[in-house]
Design a binder for this molecule. Structure first.
Ligand code: ATP
Ligand code: CA
Ligand code: CA
Length: 430
């Protein structure tokens, strides 16, 4: 955060980065239209296209109110191929990326990266370090050999790699799929690695309205883990095993499983609470100070209007198919979606589960932050200490150790297999 509360990255105002990259992406996608679709060639992974964006505009770039900048698009043809693999049409990608302002996510990691979310909830743009950008470039051929063979994966789906250059500063950005729907309330969020070393959400994090908890917090909140039906459990663990094998082959470490939990029963209780409040005449704050006489009627009318609006909004978002194919949690693990409760208006694609109290959950999840390779890793003090703490002294095997521990933790501590979600001892009083 810079002076005056304005968010900055490398001393550039975030709003300027957002606006400029939208111009850059728009230009890049537009330019691709003239290039016919064809098979990928090895050199397509190495291409970099650079465009100048002077403020006054040029023959092929529009005038703008930001500082003059350069925009680099990495491997444009290759990324078009990957977008195609996930059914993303150029027009749709353009609409998502450029037709409305981006939203800045408020819960970035410790690395200082900034995250932008597209207005339609489909894509996330993350700023990455020079090394991470370079690594993704090198990773592309092998990574997508894998995706082509198996698009059902929990690994991040990368849709673009860009560099915004302004005043000799470089801001590298990757576009990827968004795992957590923002139109559903996520009652809990976890970033899990399978390590216990310093894996507890900080005090500042816990004070946020929607904190991201870590491994130790999970073990405290869910001492018995989260219950999945046998088939779902097997599909999930198998997918993670396959994904971890790929990550290990690239010597990748430090990735996490991001898990968002929507608690259907808690949502129900929240709804009932809200209804009770309005029924007993207590209106929401906005009506406070209204004349007493018309107060009650007005409240009812306002409430009816509000209810209608929420209903329309909810139906819109639920009926909308995800733009990116195979991108919901259920599709990623190739499991059939059994409707958890027909009468419930819940978004599709979440993995049905239960907690130890028998409450019905929907899980949204995926593997994130995979651009740290062991070979490129700096010898940080933390790395040393955590290595010793984790009992991993043979550093050559570190990516293997990391993957094993990760899988072990997910398969034993986080997720538990049960024959059915409707067993009386699991279901409780539902
Ligand atoms: P660090 O390296 O310190 O762990 P980072 O800056 O590399 O942090 P990530 O670990 O990639 O950041 O992500 C930080 C947080 O951003 C995650 O815990 C999650 O809340 C959110 N996030 C990251 N990627 C996604 C995604 N694809 N969809 C939804 N949320 C995401
Ligand atoms: Ca991380
Ligand atoms: Ca990181």
């Amino acid at each position: 955060v810079g002076e005056g509360g304005e968010i900055t990255y490398k001393k550039i105002q975030s709003s300027q980065i957002m606006g400029s990259i939208q111009l850059g992406i728009q230009h890049a996608i537009g330019g691709l239209a003239s290039k016919p679709e064809r098979d990928l060639l090895m050199q397509d992974f190495m291409t970099v296209e650079t465009t100048n964006f002077p403020s006054e505009g040029s023959n092929h770039t529009p005038a703008h109110h930001y500082s003059e900048f350069k925009f680099k698009t990495y491997a444009p043809i290759a990324f078009r191929y990957f977008r195609d693999l996930f059914g993303i049409q150029p027009d749709d990608f353009l609409m998502s990326m450029c037709s409305a302002p981006l939203r800045e996510l408020s819960n970035p990691g410790a690395s200082g990266s900034i995250f932008y979310l597209t207005n339609d909830d489909e894509f996330i743009i993350k700023t990455v370090q020079h090394k991470e950008g370079e690594f993704l470039q090198k990773l592309l051929p092998g990574y997508y050999l894998n995706l082509d063979q198996n698009p059902r994966t929990l690994l991040p789906k990368f849709f673009g790699l860009y560099c915004y250059q302004c005043n000799s500063k470089n801001v590298r950005l990757v576009a990827m799929n968004n795992l957590l729907p923002s139109y559903v309330k996520l009652h809990q969020k976890y970033d899990l690695k399978g390590s216990t070393y310093k894996r507890k959400a900080s005090k500042t994090e816990r004070q946020k309205s929607s904190p991201t908890y870590k491994d130790l917090d999970f073990m405290e909140h869910h001492t018995e883990g989260i219950f999945l039906e046998a088939d779902t459990y097997t599909a999930l663990i198998k997918t993670m095993q396959r994904d971890c094998r790929v990550l290990e082959s690239f010597k990748i470490m430090d990735y996490s499983l991001l898990v968002g939990i929507h608690n259907l029963d808690e949502a129900q209780r929240e709804k009932t609470e809200a209804r009770k409040r309005t029924d007993s005449g207590q209106s929401d704050d906005e009506n406070e100070g209204e004349p007493k006489k018309s107060g009650l009627n007005r409240t009812r009318l306002e409430q009816a209007k509000e209810d209608f609006k929420t209903q329309v909004k909810r139906t819109q978002s639920i009926n909308r198919q995800r733009l990116v194919a195979h991108s919901t949690a259920m599709e990623s693990i190739q499991a059939e979606s059994e409707p958890i409760d027909e009468e419930e208006d819940v978004p599709p694609g979440g993995i049905p589960a239960r907690n130890a109290r028998g409450e019905r959950l929907l899980l949204f999840l995926g593997i994130i932050d995979i651009l740290q390779s062991y070979r490129l890793r700096k010898k940080l003090e933390h790395t040393w200490k955590s290595m010793i703490h984790d009992g991993d002294t043979v550093s050559v095997h570190r990516p293997n150790f990391y993957a094993q521990r990760f899988l072990d933790f997910m398969a034993r501590t986080v997720f538990k297999k049960i024959p059915s979600l409707d067993l009386p001892e699991i279901k409780g009083n539902h």
